[in-house]
Design a protein around this ligand. Structure first.
Ligand SMILES: NC(=O)c1ccc[n+]([C@@H]2O[C@H](COP(=O)([O-])OP(=O)(O)OC[C@H]3O[C@@H](n4cnc5c(N)ncnc54)[C@H](O)[C@@H]3O)[C@@H](O)[C@H]2O)c1
Ligand SMILES: C[N+](C)(C)CCCC=O
Length: 598
């Protein structure tokens, strides 16, 4: 892989050691494009549509997966062999990725006609098409499909199928579960390019980012596959030779509810630890980005999980609330906004269900004058413009020490203006389309409001129309840098969830810490300085679940992620998550006689 590819990968947080020979080869073979005047970008060597000849080798490899010689077979209980996920002789439905329209997903061409619900091991058509909502392709504004929402009966079926699968799955050893999950990770890695393309069509983010998202998804599953065999309890010695031991047991049926900004990745972040710990999951994606999740369900099945272990129900608030209230659900892991998170917590509290809440943020990024300025500028861009600024942990309140503010602004504006916006499926595009028209209008509204309150727009903040005619109806905007901001402005206090960076000067460490912490959010934070002692002191004093030192938005599945204050409860990623998908049983063993008081 060239140095440039390596830098890009490191910038997006994928460590080289976790990559496979397959993905390295894919990188080497990828052509380089160049920016086009007028906004769009063009791929020079890599064709937009993968020719059938190129698709063939993958398809051949995949045929084994589509029709594996045997299904996974595990022993459960006393010697009884159970076959999970057998596909032999029942190929009634083709996996989504093997359908021609999915294999060649391009901007403006994909139509989704297949059912996107999945339970009991199969895609399930919706019962009631009357309550459908359109799903849009953000880059073109086209309708990709109509999405009917699951009602009470469908939710119940999905939960019951999850429960039945859980009863089988929980009886497997960690090694057995890990083996199946490793196979799922392998399949995702193999199909990464296609999944990423579909993610782009449904979400609008650039293909460069989507590929990293899918890499992170399979790495997450691989990581928890490795952790599954290590789950264990403790032995505790008691007086008189008696003892106790603890067992780390699964919770049962867990619900995952996801946001639209990282659809496939969030589903992997939730399902991988849940399944590794012996649980089943019913997952509800955002109705704005519902397409790729069913591919994950198909892959889990193909890898050999029992039918019903990972299920997908589609819908919005009503379907989500049915899941939270369902009596057979043991836990809800939610990713979304603070207001919805509060509702999810309230509903779950009624059934005393455990919750993980991964919510919104308005994170501070503090840049001291002794920083390495070029890194700080690059860090500020990474902190604000990934996925068109629609990232929960973005460092959107950028505090810059007064002495270096002019140089910082000059450089950050220059680089922001140079960000190539356009067709998200083109290799050189770095900013695609926002998720929806209302989201675009909302973000542009924040910029207008900021101007009214006295902020100065240094660049961007306008709707953007790419030169390619098929993108005319897309939800694009130019990334925006705001100067002259104050802590009391709406753009500094509220989560915008769009490509808008608010910059403010500060003078002292004490002052900036007080201002940075003056928020009800606490998801992430960042600091740029060459002073090691200061870096750690600031990290200690920032009230946030993550602090990035001398970088921002780096991403590793081995590192816990989650919010303080209103940004959430619980963690995703890393070993910490095991606590959130298991319960600890204590077994107390008496080795002597009962000493009764009665
Ligand atoms: N902390 C994190 O890890 C993280 C990651 C991504 C996004 N987010 C946050 O998500 C938000 C953007 O995502 P969004 O617009 O999809 O959020 P949202 O809160 O509108 O929706 C999130 C999910 O909740 C569902 N939902 C809505 N009402 C519900 C209800 N009453 N009961 C149950 N489910 C319900 C939605 O259908 C969707 O699937 C931002 O605030 C962002 O910061 C947080
Ligand atoms: C940018 N990260 C690090 C991938 C975080 C994604 C989760 C938040 O939206």
């Amino acid at each position: 892989m060239g140095e440039r590819g390596e830098c890009r990968r490191r910038a997006l947080g994928v460590t080289p050691d976790l990559r496979t020979p397959h993905s390295r080869r894919a990188d080497r073979g990828r052509g380089r494009g160049r920016a086009r005047p007028g906004g769009g970008t063009r791929r020079l060597r890599t064709p937009e549509v993968r020719p059938a000849a190129l698709a063939q080798p993958l398809a051949v490899k995949r045929s084994r997966a589509a029709n594996p010689p045997t299904s996974c077979s595990h022993r459960v209980g006393k010697g009884k062999a159970v076959r999970f996920g057998s596909r032999v002789g029942k190929m009634a439905q083709q996996p989504l990725l093997q359908l021609p329209e999915f294999q060649h997903a391009t901007t403006g061409s994909l139509a989704v006609a297949q059912p996107l619900n999945f339970w009991a091991g199969a895609r399930v058509p919706s019962r009631d098409a009357k309550n459908s909502e359109p799903v849009y392709e953000p880059a073109t504004g086209r309708v990709l499909c109509d999405l009917p929402a699951c009602g009470a009966e469908e939710v119940d079926q999905a939960v019951r199928s999850a429960h039945a699968a859980y009863l089988k799955w929980r009886g497997l050893s960690g090694m057995e579960r890990g083996r199946v999950l490793l196979e799922a990770a392998r399949i995702i890695r193999e199909r990464r390019d296609q999944i990423a393309r579909i993610e782009v069509v449904n979400n609008g983010k650039s293909i460069t980012e989507a590929e990293v998202d899918i890499d992170i998804a399979w790495q997450t599953i691989e990581y928890y596959a490795g952790i599954a065999p290590t789950l264990s309890g403790q032995h505790i010695q008691l007086p008189g030779g008696s003892f106790a031991y603890t067992r780390r047991e699964p919770l049962g049926v867990c619900v995952g509810i996801g946001a639209w900004n990282y659809p496939f990745q969030i589903a992997a972040w939730k399902s991988a630890p849940a399944l590794a710990c012996g649980n089943a999951m019913v997952y509800k994606p955002s109705p704005m980005a519902p397409v790729t999740i069913v591919i994950l369900a198909e892959i889990y099945k193909e890898a050999g999980v029992p039918d019903g272990l990972f299920n997908v129900v589609q819908g919005g608030a009503e379907t989500g609330s049915l899941l939270c209230h369902h009596p057979m659900v043991a836990k809800v892991s939610f990713t979304g906004s603070v207001p919805t998170g509060k509702k999810v917590m309230e509903m779950s509290a009624k059934g005393v269900k455990q919750v993980t809440l991964e919510l919104g943020g308005k994170s501070p990024l503090i840049i001291f004058k002794d920083c390495e300025l070029e890194n700080a500028v690059k860090g500020a861009l990474m902190a604000n413009f990934l996925t068109q600024g629609q990232v929960c942990c973005n460092g959107t309140r950028v505090y810059v020490q007064r002495d270096i503010l002019p140089q910082f602004l000059e450089e950050v504006v220059k680089r922001t203006k140079a960000i190539p916006i356009g067709d998200p499926l083109l290799e050189d595009t770095r900013m695609g389309a926002l998720i929806s028209r209302p989201q675009l209008d909302k973000v542009l509204g924040f910029v207008k409001e900021a101007q009214k309150q006295g902020a100065r727009v240094l660049c961007g903040g306008e709707p953007f129309v790419p030169s390619d005619p098929k993108l005319k109806g897309g939800y694009f905007m130019s990334p925006c840098v705001l100067d002259n901001c104050r802590d009391d402005m709406t753009c500094v206090k509220e989560e915008i969830f769009g490509p808008v960076m608010s910059v403010m000067p500060f003078d002292t460490e004490e002052e900036v810490l007080q201002r940075a912490n003056n928020t009800t959010f606490g998801l992430a934070s960042g600091v740029f300085t060459r002073d090691v002692a200061r870096a750690h002191r600031v990290a200690e004093n920032l009230q946030a679940g993550t602090c990035f030192i001398n970088n921002y938005n780096t991403n590793s599945v081995v590192v816990p992620f989650g919010g303080y204050k209103m940004s959430g409860i619980g963690k995703e990623n890393g070993q910490a998550v095991i606590e959130y998908y298991t319960q600890l049983k204590t077994v107390v063993v008496e080795m002597g006689d009962v000493q009764s008081l009665f």
